[in-house]
Write a protein that binds this ligand. Structure first.
Ligand code: ACO
Length: 330
């Protein structure tokens, strides 16, 4: 069976990360850890952290403006804004509405989608479906996080892992070049919510109780998450390839969620992807959750690792648990 003809394509991509860098050496001064432990266990060397006043929507708007410029699309032409984040400006309204105002996308509808680290991939699926159904022409898809605001800076098992950043893509109708979103795959397992979560601030553990009970930070069972991530991302990568009658040889670049170098390598191994076809920037940014994939796409383009017409495979995994994959002829 020949590959599916794409209905939507990425027209432009952009990212924005805070200037301030927190190195492993800086963290050695905050918690009982070492550069050596962090590097060997995670591959992370540095992460970028926002200052005290920057809002998630402001960083998102920076990334969105770059994506719009690269796409050659005006903000007024955007029909839908989809923001993936677990660290939105407010419980409501959606961060997407704040972004809408900041970029002047006055003709759009705007909403947030919450799927933790898989959020950008989930949003790509929604955007592709809306465009395929003729419900929208241009969609701004954003993955963005200020995880530094929900990290317990006294918990060495989590605070060394995360960073802040935003990435954005403009999706629009595919042209007749064969480039575009070939296929996407999404999956969740709600039996495992307790392994990676922040319970405080929702309606089951309201703010004051969250603070009293110390539930206002990310909590993670690291080794359990690790095992599940390796299994799920490997499966997601295999499934989307098999479903589209493709093999590792058809893929030019694999971009996995940048959580941990060991998870990235295990995923690549499952689909026999050689190192030169695997993009890694977890060393520079740490785990930026929903932002990690669009930041990586943006960097891969800037570095000339990802070119027009390349076959790109995306794979993500996150809290929920949620996971997914995508094949895109870029
Ligand atoms: N510095 C030094 N020692 C540490 C640190 C630290 N920062 N953190 C934990 N340790 C210690 C532990 O206390 C433990 O000590 P003990 O043996 O004396 O009890 C020891 O190191 C080993 O701890 P483990 O948690 O078993 O270490 P592990 O090898 O599993 O690595 C890690 C931990 C890096 C968190 C790993 O489990 C992991 O990467 N998990 C997946 C996390 C992830 O990728 N999450 C993202 C996916 S979802 C999302 O992105 C939101």
């Amino acid at each position: 069976m020949p590959p599916k003809v794409p209905n939507s394509m990425i027209l432009g991509i952009g990212s924005a990360v805070p200037e301030k860098v927190l190195t492993n050496q800086d963290l050695e001064k905050i918690v009982d850890t070492s550069d050596e432990w962090i590097r060997t266990r995670t591959g992370i060397e540095r992460r970028h952290i926002v200052d005290e006043t920057t809002k998630n929507s402001e960083l998102s708007a920076q990334a969105a403006k770059i994506a719009l410029q690269n796409a050659g699309i005006q903000p007024e032409e955007i029909d839908v804004i989809l923001v993936a984040t677990v660290t939105g400006d407010a419980t409501f309204p959606s961060t997407a509405c704040y972004v809408q105002e900041l970029i002047g996308a006055v003709n759009a509808s705007a909403m947030d989608v919450q799927a933790a680290c898989s959020g950008f991939l989930y949003n790509m699926t929604i955007a592709d479906s809306l465009i395929t159904a003729g419900k929208a022409k241009y969609i701004l898809v954003i993955g963005t996080e200020l995880l530094s605001r929900i990290v317990d800076w006294s918990d060495r098992s989590t605070c060394v892992l995360f960073g802040d950043g935003s990435g954005a893509a403009v999706l629009g109708p595919a042209d007749d070049s064969g480039r575009g979103v070939i296929d996407t795959y999404m999956k969740s397992d709600g039996r495992l919510t307790h392994l990676l979560c922040m319970l405080g601030g929702g309606t089951s553990v309201p703010y004051q109780k969250a603070i009293d009970d110390g539930l206002n930070w990310i909590r993670m069972e690291g080794p359990e998450v690790f095992k599940a991530a390796v299994m799920a991302m490997g499966d997601a990568a295999t499934k989307v390839l098999e479903k589209n009658n493709m093999t590792n040889e058809d893929i030019d670049l694999l971009i996995s969620h940048q959580a941990n170098i060991r998870i990235i390598k295990a995923t690549a191994k499952r689909v026999n992807m050689p190192d030169e076809k695997v993009f890694v920037n977890v060393n520079e940014f740490g785990n930026t959750s929903a932002a990690s994939i669009p930041i990586a796409i943006s960097e891969a383009v800037d570095q000339g690792r990802l070119k027009k017409g390349d076959m790109l495979m995306l794979v993500a995994f996150g809290g929920g648990f949620t996971w997914g994959s995508a094949l895109i002829k870029f």
